[in-house]
Design a protein around this ligand. Structure first.
Ligand code: FE
Length: 210
């Protein structure tokens, strides 16, 4: 049991031992050396890619999209109509974000995203997927028992709220537009963006009040 007496979330359990992680890191280092030694990719390019995904591409981009949609009804309408174009208005586009669909949470509908086949995920707005998103347990169970999986994440969805599960693919990537927090009206867009988490945009969490 955790310190909060909540049952442990099975999707967040470590999937590798420390030894297995070390082995994996050694394999990655070997692969990097093989590619750079042969001149297939330069060390600078690899560093730049890592830097991009650490600092420029990640859930902070999606959070800006969500906060903007909450603050600008016309943008929200464009986002729900053509998410790829609306997201590009804010400067986010590219690899794994070519065909975006935004799905809106309301008091009647809760949306959650999975890739049952592998790990398809909207990179330009969310960065790289968390480990649990790629786990066979999440991918197989969220389609069968979404309410149970969300409960494992500490999110209880009332029985009268419909849950829609969206299966991402190589063609379409989904972004959940969460419900704004209760005190959204008293906050500006930047403050709102700071409240929007990666998990809320996948649909396994709600946005808490600021
Ligand atoms: Fe996939």
């Amino acid at each position: 049991m955790s310190t909060h007496d909540a049952p442990p979330n099975p999707y967040l359990a470590p999937r590798r031992t420390a030894d297995e992680s070390r082995e994996l890191e050694a394999r990655v280092a070997k692969l990097e050396r093989a590619l750079t030694d042969r001149g297939i990719v330069t060390r600078e390019t690899l560093d730049r890619v890592v830097d991009l995904y650490e600092h420029d591409i990640g859930p902070m981009n999606g959070a800006r999209v969500v906060a903007h949609a909450w603050c600008d009804p016309e943008f929200r309408a464009r986002l729900l109509d053509d998410a790829t174009a609306a997201i590009a208005e804010l400067g986010y586009s590219g690899l794994q974000g070519e065909h975006m669909v935004a799905v809106e949470n309301t008091s009647d509908v809760h949306n959650v995203v999975v890739c049952t086949l592998c790990s398809c995920y909207p990179w330009p707005v969310l960065g790289l997927p968390p480990t649990w998103y790629k786990s066979p347990a999440y991918r197989s169970r969220v389609v069968i028992d979404p309410r149970g999986v969300l409960a494992d994440f500490g999110l209880t969805i009332p029985d009268d709220v419909e849950i829609r599960v969206w299966d991402s693919s190589a063609e379409i990537r989904y972004l959940v537009l969460p419900e704004p927090p209760a005190n959204a009206d008293s906050m500006d867009e930047e403050a709102l963006a700071a409240l929007v988490t990666r998990d809320a945009m996948i649909g396994v969490a709600k946005v808490a009040a600021g």
